[in-house]
Structures are given as structure tokens and as C-alpha cells.
Design a protein around this ligand. Structure first.
Ligand code: SF4
Length: 224
């Protein structure tokens, strides 16, 4: 026992406060990067998201749902991006009466520029060792999953929710996981947060895979 047990605010609250300070920097980063492209952060987010969803395009409701923003907010941002020539509206290939939103070639150029921008938050994360970054990635994934389960954020295209993901199937601490789509092993440092090839696993398979991943992560707290 130490007096600090009684004096300290709960650990989760201090973590939240620390993450909040990091988020403040990240929001400032997002404004800076987006403004350089003549966008605001929501427009940059919408543009990047639609660009990552392939050539068929997406409906406005789907964009709003995935990004966790109100439909009018998504509609306003899409309207601004269409006027700037970065998005275009086309007939939805699955329903000619509906409208799909696609990225234009100019939009792809802007997305490339946004992706190349190095932010101060990224520089700070690079000061962590590769092992620390890998461990942090696993913890971020666990936190994202908890937020998803609480309904606070929509489903994400994470490896751990993908039907091709096989957790800890290789007897190799460096690359213990397997992607059945490309039939290759990979490590914790390779786990994806938004994979274009992601296909949602069935609920039962997802729960089983998560249990293996979660247990393995605890067994190997500094796994790479
Ligand atoms: S397809 Fe993508 S999301 Fe699925 S396991 Fe492979 S890398 Fe991960």
C-alpha cells in the first residue's frame, strides 16, 4: 500500500485526460493539414474515407454512418467537395434511382497530399520504439473494439474483425498472425485499422478470434 492509492484519481480517468491532450494536438494537426488543401477537417475526413472505399462510390447515408456524423453534416461536406471538383455524384450501380458519391482524379491527388503530410502527433509517436508502437497499436485496437461494442463508433475495417484473420496461429513471436486472403503471416505491428480487403467475420467466428487475439496479446505484452 502507498498513500498514492488513496490520493490518485482513477487510472482510466488520467489516461482519458492524457489522451484528450493528445487529441487536442491531433485536431490542430488535422486543421493545419486540411487547410493547406483548402478543406476543413470534416471535408478532409469525408474525402479520404470515400477515396478508400473503391471506385463504385458510396451513398451519403452510408458515408455518414461510417464516419459517425449526422447526415446533414455529411451532406454539407459532400456538397462543398463536389463544388470544389473533388467528389462527383453518379448513379448508384446497384440502384439507378439512387446517387453514389465518387472521388474525382483531382480528389485522389488531394488525398495523396493529405496522406503524405507528416503531423506533429505522428512525429511524437515515432519517438516510441517499434515495440512500443506495436504494443500501443494493440491497445488502440482493443479500445476501438470496446467503443464499437458500446455503440460509440460504427464498425471499422479492422484485421481483428475480418473473416480472413487468424490470430496466433504461427509459432513465431515476430509474425504470429495469418491473413488467409493473401495467405501470409504477419505481426502485431502490421495489424490494420482500415483494410480495403476487409470482410466482416460472422459474429461467432469474430468472438472466437477475438478471444484468441486478446489472450495472446496478454501473454505477449510487448509482442511485435
Ligand atoms: S484481408 Fe485485410 S483486414 Fe483481413 S486479415 Fe487480411 S490484412 Fe487484415
Amino acid at each position: 500500500m502507498t498513500p498514492f492509492d488513496a490520493l490518485s484519481t482513477p487510472l482510466a480517468r488520467r489516461l482519458r485526460d492524457g489522451l484528450d491532450r493528445i487529441c487536442t494536438v491531433m485536431r490542430a494537426d488535422q486543421w493545419g493539414v486540411a487547410e493547406e488543401s483548402g478543406l476543413n477537417p470534416t471535408q478532409a475526413h469525408v474525402l479520404t474515407f470515400v477515396a478508400g472505399r473503391g471506385a463504385t462510390g458510396m451513398r451519403v447515408r452510408s458515408i455518414a454512418d461510417h464516419l459517425g456524423v449526422a447526415q446533414p453534416t455529411a451532406t454539407d461536406s459532400i456538397g462543398a467537395l463536389v463544388r470544389k471538383g473533388l467528389l462527383t455524384k453518379v448513379a448508384d450501380p446497384e440502384d439507378a434511382r439512387a446517387v453514389a458519391i465518387r472521388v474525382t482524379p483531382a480528389g485522389h491527388d488531394v488525398v495523396r497530399g493529405l496522406g503524405l503530410a507528416i503531423t506533429s502527433a505522428e512525429r511524437a509517436l515515432e519517438t516510441l520504439s517499434m515495440k512500443e508502437q506495436s504494443t500501443l497499436l494493440g491497445l488502440v485496437i482493443k479500445t476501438i473494439r470496446a467503443l464499437q461494442q458500446a455503440g460509440a463508433i460504427p464498425p471499422q475495417r479492422l484485421c481483428v474483425s475480418c473473416r480472413y484473420f487468424r490470430a496466433y496461429v504461427h509459432d513465431d513471436e515476430d509474425i504470429p498472425h495469418h491473413c488467409a486472403l493473401v495467405d501470409a503471416p504477419f505481426g502485431g505491428r502490421h495489424l490494420r485499422l482500415d483494410c480495403p480487403e476487409h470482410e466482416q467475420a460472422e459474429p461467432e467466428a469474430l468472438d472466437a478470434a477475438w478471444k484468441v487475439f486478446d489472450r495472446g496479446a496478454d501473454d505477449l505484452p510487448m509482442s511485435t
